[in-house]
Design a protein around this ligand. Sequence first.
Ligand code: ATP
Ligand code: MG
Length: 459
Amino acid sequence: MNMTRASFVSQVDADHRTAGMVGAALTAGGITLATPQEAPDDPCVLLADDVSAACAAVRTLSRRGWRRVLALFVDPPGPTPADAWLLLAAGAADVLAWEPDRAGDVVAKLRRWVQVDELVDSPDVTARLVGRSPVWRATLRRVVEVARFTAAPLLLTGESGTGKELVARLVHELDPRPAKGDLVVVDCTTVVPTLSGSEFFGHERGAFTGAVSARDGAFALANRGTLFLDEVGELPVELQSELLRVVQEGTYKRVGSNTWHPTSFRLICATNRNLAEEQSAGRFRRDLYYRIAAATIRLPPLRERPGDMLPLFEYFLAELRPQQGVPGLDPVVRELLLARGYPGNVRDLRQLAQRVSNRHVGTGPVTAGDIPEEDRPTADTVTGWGADDFDEPIRRGLNSGRGLRELREAAADAAVRVAIEEAGGNLRQAAARLGVTDRALQMRRAGWREEPTLAAVDG
Ligand SMILES: Nc1ncnc2c1ncn2[C@@H]1O[C@H](COP(=O)(O)OP(=O)(O)OP(=O)(O)O)[C@@H](O)[C@H]1O
Ligand SMILES: [Mg+2]
């Protein structure tokens, strides 16, 4: 078994009876303990006895959820439910009260987290899906965990162009079933109820006019594999009950036949409708909804992960011009790409890359002139990056006695934090985007409270 590394931070007194025991139990369970600095991407165990101190440490350690922090409370009775929610809101991945017989669970959890992250960072995933923003990483973690460690039906929601189909294909790829069958895609907008769902069930020869020969349907083709129902919100109500039956019973009959056939597949559904609402409004069967939504993952729109815009654009350019490699982007182009809206999400960005690559020549960077006329900013699209949103926090700051100096520092700190986060922790890239030197960025970070350091760990 490969080694699992985790960082270990203790906020409790060094002579606390339990503190040493926890470290020893984790080591005995095969976890290599390190400092948060040594293991910036590995999970972290935080030994805590005070909720507000733990929340503060979680905020620093978790880096907006990039690093998973397990808050472990050493003194009984452990955190109250309210404390646990506070810690989760601060960015903790989980909160537990320590008991010696829980060591196995803690070790299992850390191992699982590391396995999931290894997959998220593996070429299987990174070659298919581009994105290093914390929001996207959190999404991929959930996708990978459902795909590899469960057989649960999965419902993917998200606006058009957010990557639902790509993610469905990834789930099928990562599915570890032995002798796995195929991925079968059915677009529910094209399923015709008058053919009694023959797309799903298949049909016998002569079952209806035009059925000149017998045919397998999606339920047969997906056997031992994956059935991907795209736009499942469009499925006609008549067929919803039929689908429910097959999912529950695992058997189906071809149209025009009386023989039952067994089938077994993983079901993945996608929709850009709000199915929970459709279900309350009576347009989608409630029982089917609960059946297909055992695991639901929402894919974030591109505007919620601006840090991925430039990497995605460069990826598409490189894909479109495989001979020339990735061209650089002039600052004016970067700025446009970040400021622009993408109603069609990643698909929009990809189409823009296509239009730009049609115009770009040579190996130099993409320049303003490579942006097609219709994609250039007009006066009202260049403005407004939301600086007005500052008013409220500034008002509160002023009212609580902060002067210009403090307000400016707070804004700069927020900018640095966001830039580092968007660059997935890459300081050089963050500094470049902020237009400051690496050193200036490091100095500012050093001024922040030091990350908690490794606690004494001896058995
Ligand atoms: N993270 C990503 N990395 C690389 N390409 C992506 C990513 N997300 C989406 N794409 C690309 O964007 C396009 C749209 O993706 P996809 O078809 O999976 O979206 P969708 O959510 O199914 O959209 P719709 O709701 O319109 O069917 C595809 O060309 C896909 O390859
Ligand atoms: Mg789609």
